[in-house]
Design a binder for this molecule. Structure first.
Ligand code: GUN
Length: 292
């Protein structure tokens, strides 16, 4: 038996279409959500991400405000820009692309963002709301993971969920979201003893490790839902670079449903960013949360 492939690309396209439809309705009320994206420096991978975020924002009918600062920009420069964007009524959401150059403390920058405009969901206030189970802006990649898992199984209640990775961007928030879905959640990390013993009990596995093909096929519980967050660039046999996940391709023969890399979690991150921008715009105007 082989796993159902969870088609992140088409699920993301559906979400983006729902966002665009909501944006059209808001337009009739003269509300036009806008996302400000701040890029410091010229890291090629970050430039590609930022460009695709801005393109997606415009395709959804929203406004994109791109701000590029030089690689030697000071922390004060970035904080001043964030404060200006906080005050700008046309800006519903602010995303500061990470990583930032070494001279800039990312925590200070994230804490300077108005929590109501924090579409990344990285501000401690939003992280705290998530931990408390209160409504707030939720990080995009974790949100995408849960949406994808729920396409395989609409209720995650009672499932043994294993999250591999404890970062503030993916591991911790995805664990909180799964807890809110009534899963029984374990978080594993680089110091976990006997990881395969844990994965073999997992009905739902979220791999956010950042190591190519780390999780092997014989670690997977037969029929499990596997969400692969990894985006690892490796040299292929032909010498060309290709992108692989954190889960070995052989897992598809054991799992019940699995996300591909590329085309799984990746497209969902941008779709959820668009959804968060619309949510932020509505909340800032006292409108009820759109059903996305
Ligand atoms: N860099 C890599 N992923 C992300 C993300 O989701 N948000 C931001 N701001 N930077 C990133």
């Amino acid at each position: 038996m082989s796993a159902r492939i969870i088609d992140g690309k088409s699920i993301a396209a559906d979400l983006r279409a729902r966002v665009a439809a909501t944006v059209r309705v808001l337009d009739e009320q003269s509300v036009r959500p806008g996302l400000a994206v701040v890029l410091v420096g010229a890291d090629p991978a970050s430039e590609i991400y930022v460009r695709s975020k801005s393109r997606a924002v415009m395709e959804a009918g929203m406004r994109a405000f791109d701000h590029k600062l030089p690689a030697d920009a000071s922390e004060a420069d970035v904080l001043a820009l964030v404060r200006k964007l906080n005050q700008d009524a046309d800006v519903s959401g602010i995303l500061v692309q990470l990583p930032l150059p070494a001279q800039i403390d990312p925590h200070k920058v994230i804490e300077a963002i108005d929590p109501a405009k924090d579409v990344d969901g990285f501000h401690p206030l939003n992280a705290g709301r998530l931990a408390r189970g209160l409504p707030g802006l939720v990080p995009c990649t974790p949100l995408g993971c849960v949406i994808l898992a729920k396409t395989a199984r609409p209720s995650l209640a009672g499932l043994n969920a294993l999250v591999i990775g404890r970062s503030g961007i993916v591991g911790k928030p995805v664990a909180q979201l799964l807890l809110a879905e009534d899963a029984t959640v374990t978080i594993a990390h680089s110091r976990t003893a006997d990881l395969p013993a844990l994965t073999r009990q997992a009905d739902l596995l979220v791999a956010a490790i950042g190591r190519p093909n780390y999780v092997k096929a014989d670690w997977i519980k037969p029929g499990a839902i596997v969400i692969d967050v990894g985006i690892n660039r490796i040299a292929g046999a032909d010498g060309k670079s290709r992108v692989v996940g954190d889960v070995d391709a052989g897992a598809a023969a054991v799992a019940g449903a699995i996300t591909p890399v590329p085309g799984g979690v990746g497209p969902m991150t941008i779709a959820c960013l668009l959804a968060n921008t619309v949510r932020a715009a509505c909340a800032q105007r006292g409108l009820s949360a759109p059903a996305l």
